[in-house]
Design a protein around this ligand. Structure first.
Ligand code: IMP
Length: 430
């Protein structure tokens, strides 16, 4: 049986939510393996809109097991509120359908405060984070002072963990002019939320390996995009987790051999939220048009996304770092009506042409895109369900994308509705 990893192949917001929902119909288990509630996954099911941050997209489909893996950082209060909101929309969530890894690190209120305080410091270049405490929580995990789900079960352990965290955080907060943390209040609120979270706590690594052995199909749902990866992204303008497909193994406790297919989600143009280099960014009417037609506003922060032409150099690179077997190309319809379209095929830097994005930050900021121009199309591609419904120029565009990135299209998504999808290769096929 096939297990599939879905990753964003650009800077996030590629339309993963819909594709994960589409694939989850074929899966038995849907599993988050990195990130936290900085993600915003929008699903449209029979016209109803579901907005998810921390919960795996599988929760909205009945009969699936949804799993939050240890690679995630989890804000327990946000999760409880998200569960309540989704339940109000008629979705059933119980310990039978949702599991949280016992070794998942928790995002606590001081992580968010630290995130926002740092971003507010005018003296340091802003990252443009979501302000949700993601980075500080991952720092604490690596610094061996984070509080994990399992710690909530034992008051003595919890107090020890809190003491350890506060030594660090209170020193830091004093330097930033923030009040010291009220230990008693923090412990009281953790004790209050503990039963809500502990009812879902499981040794996820064990459950997933058992599911795998039983022949169940597991879908690993990535958040953000490969260019926000802590190692391979546009550092330091990245998120604080590994986003690329290899993280599906370490972020859940299943061996890398369990991954049979990596699906890269790729938008037919490029967007980015937050600061950092973006070689094909447009500041003209074309950019404005992409943003308006594509409704490019962040689902978490409401920020306007920066828009630009398709960058084949970046996607070729992310397809390699994630070992992508096939891509799902999304939002092709946003390109409808452009007279001509541009695709970036290389970068010019100091008189040379590069076929990859250099690592050094100053070079990333200085590369100039080399474009090739393709003919646009006038007909609408929105809602197309077969190749026959696409204009010849749109097919040419897709074929050129495949050629340049060195990876085939497995799925083509032509609207937010799940049925508006053209299937070329089923990632779950044996
Ligand atoms: P953080 O993940 O909140 O620390 O933010 C770090 C960077 O990642 C910022 O540029 C954010 O805009 C970006 N980011 C985080 N989550 C997402 C996402 O789900 N989609 C797109 N960008 C994201």
């Amino acid at each position: 049986m096939a297990n599939v990893v879905v990753v964003g192949a650009q800077w996030g917001d590629e339309g993963k939510g819909k594709l994960v929902d589409w694939l989850s119909e074929r899966a038995d288990v849907v599993c988050r393996f990195q990130g936290g509630h900085n993600a915003g996954h929008t699903l449209v099911i029979d016209g109803e809109v579901f907005k998810l941050n921390a919960l795996p997209s599988g929760v909205v489909r009945g009969g699936k097991l949804s799993v939050i893996g240890n690679g995630v950082v989890l804000d327990p209060w946000h999760l409880v509120a998200e569960i309540a909101a989704i339940r109000k929309q008629g979705v059933e969530i119980s310990p039978e359908t949702l599991m949280i890894a016992e070794n998942t690190p928790l995002i606590l209120p001081y992580h968010g405060e630290l995130d926002r305080a740092r971003e507010a410091q005018a003296s340091v270049a802003k990252i443009g984070t979501t302000g949700r405490g993601i980075g500080p929580a991952y720092e604490d995990k690596v610094g061996r002072r984070v509080i994990r789900v399992a710690d909530l079960a034992d008051p003595a352990t919890l107090e020890l963990r809190v003491d350890r965290a506060l030594v660090h955080h209170n020193a830091l907060r004093a330097g930033l002019g923030l009040d010291a943390i009220d230990k008693a209040a923090l412990i009281a609120s953790l004790n209050e939320i503990a039963p809500e979270i502990l009812q879902y706590a499981q040794p996820v690594w064990k459950v997933l390996n058992e599911q795998r052995r039983a022949g169940k199909r597991i879908l690993f749902e990535g958040a953000q995009g490969a260019l926000l990866d802590i190692d391979f992204g546009t550092y330091p303008f990245v998120t604080s987790s590994n986003v690329i497909a290899g993280q599906a193994a370490t972020g859940t406790g299943i061996g890398p051999g369990a991954i049979d297919f990596v699906l890269g989600i790729v938008k037919a143009y490029t967007t980015r939220v937050g600061e950092g280099p973006f070689p094909t960014e447009l500041f003209d009417d074309d950019g404005q048009r992409l943003g308006e037609r594509g409704r490019e506003f962040g689902t978490v922060t409401g920020r306007q996304r920066r828009c630009g032409w398709f960058d084949a150099v970046l996607v070729r690179q992310t397809c390699l770092t994630s070992g992508v077997n096939g891509i799902a190309l999304t939002k092709l319809d946003v390109l409808d009506g452009f007279e001509t379209l541009k695709i970036c095929t290389g970068y010019e830097l100091d008189g040379a042409v590069l076929d990859y994005l250099p690592t050094a930050a100053d070079q990333q900021a200085r590369v100039r895109p080399v474009y090739e121009t393709l003919e646009g199309w006038n007909q609408s591609t929105e809602g197309a369900r077969s190749w026959a419904e696409l204009p010849a120029e749109a097919i040419k565009y897709v074929r050129r994308v495949e050629e340049l990135i060195g990876c085939p299209v497995a799925l083509l998504s032509t609207s937010p509705e799940r049925e508006d999808t053209i299937l070329v290769t089923d990632p779950f096929a044996d």
